[in-house]
Structure formats: C-alpha cells, structure tokens
Design a protein around this ligand. Structure first.
Ligand SMILES: [Zn+2]
Length: 299
C-alpha cells in the first residue's frame, strides 16, 4: 500500500492500444482450459531454449492473443500444408513446429526450421524428452511460472533500459544484464535458502537491495525521488542499516521501481519478489525436488 501511496495517477503513461510481451503472459497458463493446459506447458518446455533465443534476438514482442495461439496448436496448424482434393489438413501435434512459424521464429529462423536446418526443441533439465504429461503436477506448474515471472522481470527492465538510454543501450546493457540476471536469479531455491522472511538471511537480502539499487539508480527521476529521511541513496551503506531502515528503503526503492514502469511504459511491472517453490520440471521418472543436486532450470 505504501508503494501505491507514492504513485501519482496523473503521471501514468497513457495506455497503448495493445500490449505486447516478449514472453507468454503468465495468466495464459492459469486461464487455459483442462484440455489446452497440458499443450501450453508442452509447448513451453519444448521451446524452453527457443524462448530465450527469441529474447536474445529481440524478435518482435507478441500480443496475448498471439501467445495464446502459439502456446496452443491453433497457430501451428495454419503453417501445415493441406493435401489432396478436396484438401485435407495435415497436422502432427508432436511435431507442431516442423513447418516453421514466422510469428514465433521470425522469417529467417522460421525458414531454417521448416527446411530442417534447425531443431528448435529442448530437452528437460534431466535430459529426457519433453512429454505431454511433464506438467501433470501442481509443483511443476508453480516452479515453471516462478521462473517465467522472473524472466518477464528481466525483459521488462530491458525494455525500460532501451527506452531511457536510447543512445547508450547497447554498451550499457552488457553490465546491466549481469546485474538484472543476478537480481532475478537470487532466489534460485537451489542456493539452499528456502526461508523467505526478511533478514532470515541478511546477506542475501542486503545483496538483493544493493543489486536493485544498482539496477535503477541511473533511471530518470531517481535523484528527485522522495527518499524520506534517507540521503545520498546512491552511496548509502546498506550493510549498516537497521532492520527498520532496511524495510523502509526497500519499500521506497520498490515504489520508485513500480512508478518508473507505470509512468514511462504504462505497465505495472511483474513482481520482483516471489517466494521460491521447491520443484523442478522433469519427466515422471526423474521427478525430484530442488536442493538435491538436480540441474538448475533457469530461463
Ligand atoms: Zn528425465
């Protein structure tokens, strides 16, 4: 609530006609019907690396409706040839990507996929093939969406950096990317920290706050932000803050973060804080829990 109190609604950026996303919006995974949900997760796991590649190549972000048709079979069916007379649709749901799809891959990559020069699919972290039943587990859903949320954070910050540092984005992003990746992966449950209370792990929380400050301290409006009783926030010694001050500074930094997004990009950002969950997507045979030496599944 404190964060909301810091946001002046007259400063909100006017909403754009249709929002586009670098990655599938999380709510699509909640909202799909029972029949579609395994397909959505199947496509998501199978394209795990392809999603990353798509973001790395800065392919055009897509609308919710585009993502829905890509996570399901709808879009891919349109890419398959019709044969015979009268023409009959051909489609193999297991190889849905076989004829490419420029909407997802972009033109060049799509042509490579369709010609068999590139296989866009990924294996599971346990090195087994993705099956339609892989996501048939509540815990796997949770951990998948946990990482998807954090990866949205990464892409949203990238969009903000691109907007605010038009001329220096390319040279600046190299370093920022490392910081942002650190910020979003800090809660990797395999690091052994599953207690999420403030200051249960002082080192981790201080590191989080310091990293968040480094990410946003050059953003527009930082110097003139209402920091309350804090001064010189850019150089403030975070290690020496009392528990109360640590909380207060965290809230003000988060408020600044949220305000930057709603006032500049016209979006409410994906949550930066998200409790870790304790499962990893794997096949039924390899189903295990985090913290037991399984490969880390980080987007
Ligand atoms: Zn396996």
């Amino acid at each position: 609530m404190t964060a909301i109190g810091h946001i002046n609604h007259v400063e909100l950026c006017s909403p754009t006609s249709t929002r586009r996303f670098s990655l599938p919006p999380i709510h699509l995974f909640w909202g799909s019907n029972k029949e579609n949900q395994p397909i959505f997760y199947y496509h998501f796991f199978l394209f795990h690396n392809a999603f990353q590649e798509r973001c790395r190549c800065n392919l055009l972000p897509l609308t919710t409706s585009d993502w829905r048709s890509i996570l399901g079979n709808m879009y891919w069916k349109t890419q398959w040839p019709r044969v015979g007379d009268p023409p009959i649709a051909t489609f193999d749901a297991n190889l849905f990507w076989k004829h490419g799809g420029p909407l997802f891959f972009g033109d060049t990559w799509s042509a490579d996929v369709a010609a068999g020069r590139d296989n866009p699919t990924s294996l599971l972290p346990c090195c087994c093939d993705v099956q339609m039943t892989t996501a048939d587990d509540e815990a796997v859903h949770q951990v998948t969406l946990f990482y998807l949320n954090l990866f949205h954070v990464h892409e949203e910050i990238k969009a903000m950096e691109r907007l605010q540092f038009k001329d220096t984005f390319v040279s600046r992003w190299g370093n920022q990317d490392i910081l942002v990746t650190h910020l979003v992966e800090m809660w990797d449950p395999s690091a052994g920290c599953t207690d999420f209370k403030f200051f249960s792990n002082k080192k981790l929380w201080r590191d989080w706050l310091r990293t968040l400050r480094s990410v946003v301290q050059d953003w527009d409006g930082f110097d003139s932000w209402d920091w309350g009783t804090f001064s010189n926030v850019k150089t403030l010694g975070i290690n020496s803050l009392s528990l109360e001050d640590f909380h207060r500074l965290s809230v003000r930094l988060l408020a600044f973060y949220i305000h930057s997004f709603v006032s500049r990009l016209g979006i409410y950002p994906s949550p930066l804080l998200h409790p870790p969950t304790l499962a990893v997507p794997s096949c039924h045979h390899h189903r295990r829990k985090f913290g037991r030496g399984v490969p880390i599944f980080v987007m």
